[in-house]
Design a binder for this molecule. Structure first.
Ligand code: JHZ
Ligand code: ZN
Length: 438
C-alpha cells in the first residue's frame, strides 16, 4: 500500500474518533459514541460500568509492511457496560471504512469454519419454507457460507464491504455487492431483487456501530415468512472462558440475549430462538422474524443471564483483574520458557492474537515469527509487535520448540495438522482460558 494512501486512511481514522462532525458518526441515529460521551447503542442509557481498559493499541487486523511501520497508529481500547440492558461496548470507535474496506481475513483458510458453514447451511435449509429461496448474507466475506447454501438455493446475494474480498467471492461464483449492509442497502436490494426469504449474518452484528440501523435493514429486506439467522460471539462465553483477546476495535458490541431481545424489538423484529454454538470460542446462534413469537429458549437465556448478572453488567465486575492476572501469567510463562532456552513462534496470525500479544507485552524478541496459511497475511508484519507472518514451511526450515496457538479457537485442527511438530518433541502453548503447555 502506498505510504500516502495509508497516511490518509490513518488520518481519517483519527479524525473519526476526535471529531463529532465526522460524517459516519453523524449517521449514527441511536448513539453518538465519543470519548467522554458514551451511551448504550441499544437502549441509549449512559454506560456506567467500566469493564476493562486495554490501553492504546493498533488495529488488530492492520497487518503492515516494514516501510509503513513509522506510520502505524494506535487507538484506545476499552469496554463499558450498560446497567440497563446488559450490552457491553467499546469506549472508542474507529471508522468502519478504515476497518473493513480492505480486509485480510478469509474464513475459508480454516477447515473447521468450512465444516461449520456446511452445518449452518443445513440448519437454515431445514427451517426454510420457500421453494426457491432468495438468500442474502450481509458481511459474506469470501462467500464461504453462500457457496454451501448455493447447493440448495440458487438465488443468493452476498453483501461485503471489503472490496478485495468481495472480488474473491465473485470470482468463486458468489454474486456479491461490495457495500456495507444498512437500512439503505437493504431497501436497494429489495427494490432490485425482491424480498429475502433468508438473511444470514455471521460475525457481523457485533461489528456494526449502528446495530439498530442494521437490524432495521433486516426487517426492511425480510419477506413476511422470511427468517433471519445470526451468529455472534456471546458475552457470557467471553467472560467465562477469558477470551479477552476477542476485544478489539472491530468488535464494538459484546452481546447478551437480554440486550439482543431489546435491540430486535426496537428494530421491529422478534427474537424467536437462541442457541449456543462453539465457534470462535463460544457464540450465539439466533433467529429473528417479522412478527411471530419466541420459543422458550429466549426466556430461558434471559432468566439465566439475570441470575448470573449479565442482564445488568454485574457479571463483568472483577473481569479486569482476572484479565490482568492472565496477561501476567502468559508473559511469565513465555519468559520462563525463553530462560530455559526454548525457541518460540506463533501459530495463526489472528486478530485476537494481536490483541493478546500487544496487551500482554509479548513481542518480536519472544516470538520469532507467526505462521499462517492465509496468503493475504503472509509477508506482512503483525500490527503492534511487527512479528513477521510466514507460511507453514518455516516450521521446518527454522524450527522452534513451542508454538503459541494464537488461533486457540482452532487448537484441535491445528494440533492435528502439526502432528509431526509434536512428534519431534514440539509443544503447543494454549493461552486461553489459562496459559498451558500441551
Ligand atoms: P480466526 C476473525 O478473527 C476476524 P480472527 C473477525 N473480526 C471476526 O469477527 C472473527 O474472525 C470472528 C489461520 N489458520 O478464525 C487462518 C492457519 O494458518 O481465529 C486465520 O488467519 N492454519 C472477522 O482473526 C487464523 O488462523 C490452520 O490450520 O481471530 C484463524 O483466524 C488454521 C485452522 C487456521 O479469526
Ligand atoms: Zn443498554
Amino acid at each position: 500500500m502506498a505510504v500516502d494512501h495509508l497516511a490518509r486512511r490513518l488520518a481519517r481514522g483519527v479524525a473519526s474518533i476526535l471529531s463529532p462532525e465526522c460524517e459516519w458518526l453523524d449517521n449514527l441515529s441511536v448513539s453518538r459514541v465519543l470519548q467522554g460521551d458514551v451511551h448504550c447503542r441499544v437502549c441509549t442509557s449512559p454506560l456506567v460500568r467500566n469493564v476493562l481498559d486495554l490501553g492504546v493499541v493498533p488495529l488488530a487486523n492492520a497487518f503492515l509492511e516494514e516501510k509503513d511501520v513509522p506510520l502505524e497508529l494506535s487507538f484506545p481500547l476499552g469496554v463499558r457496560a450498560c446497567a440497563t440492558c446488559g450490552l457491553a461496548q467499546l469506549t472508542h470507535l474507529v471508522d468502519p471504512e478504515i476497518l473493513f474496506r480492505h480486509y485480510l481475513y478469509t474464513p475459508s483458510a480454516s477447515t473447521t469454519w468450512v465444516a461449520h458453514c456446511e452445518e449452518l447451511s443445513t440448519w437454515i435449509r431445514q427451517r426454510t419454507r420457500a421453494e426457491t429461496p432468495f438468500v442474502v448474507e450481509p458481511a459474506s466475506n469470501d462467500g464461504c457460507l453462500l457457496r454451501a447454501i448455493q447447493g440448495w438455493a440458487p438465488r443468493v446475494l452476498g453483501v461485503e464491504p471489503a472490496r478485495n474480498i468481495a472480488e474473491l467471492a465473485v470470482a468463486a461464483g458468489v454474486p456479491t455487492l461490495p457495500e456495507f449492509f444498512s437500512a439503505e442497502t437493504a431497501a436497494t436490494i429489495r427494490r432490485d431483487h425482491g424480498a429475502a426469504d433468508v438473511i444470514v449474518a455471521t460475525n457481523v452484528l457485533a461489528h456494526v456501530p449502528n446495530m439498530l440501523d442494521f437490524l432495521d435493514g433486516v426487517r426492511v429486506l425480510l419477506g413476511g415468512t422470511g427468517i433471519a439467522v445470526f451468529e455472534a460471539p456471546y458475552l457470557r462465553d467471553l467472560v467465562e472462558s477469558m477470551a479477552y483477546d476477542t476485544i478489539y476495535h472491530e468488535h464494538v458490541s459484546y452481546l447478551s440475549v437480554t440486550a439482543l431481545e431489546r435491540a430486535f424489538a426496537l428494530a421491529g423484529l422478534t427474537l424467536t430462538h437462541v442457541e449456543r454454538t462453539p465457534v470462535h470460542g463460544g457464540s450465539l446462534r439466533f433467529v429473528g422474524r417479522v412478527g411471530g413469537s419466541a420459543d422458550d429458549t429466549v426466556a430461558r437465556f434471559i432468566a439465566d443471564e439475570r441470575a448470573l448478572g449479565y442482564a445488568d453488567g454485574h457479571a463483568l465486575e472483577g473481569f479486569s483483574d482476572r484479565v490482568n492476572d492472565l496477561r501476567r501469567r502468559l508473559k511469565g510463562l513465555i519468559d520462563t520458557l525463553q530462560a530455559d532456552g526454548a525457541r518460540l513462534a506463533g501459530y495463526g496470525a489472528t486478530a485476537k492474537g494481536n490483541t493478546l500479544l500487544t496487551t500482554a507485552g509479548i513481542g518480536r524478541s519472544d516470538l520469532r515469527y507467526i505462521v499462517d496459511r492465509n496468503p493475504l497475511k503472509r509477508g506482512l508484519l503483525a500490527p503492534g509487535t511487527h512479528i513477521p507472518v510466514v507460511d507453514q514451511s518455516r516450521i521446518e526450515s527454522d524450527p522452534v520448540d513451542v508454538l503459541v496457538l494464537l488461533a486457540w479457537n482452532l487448537a484441535e485442527e491445528i494440533m492435528d495438522q502439526q502432528r509431526q511438530f509434536a512428534a519431534r518433541g514440539g509443544r503447543f502453548l494454549i493461552p486461553i482460558p489459562e496459559p498451558r503447555l500441551v
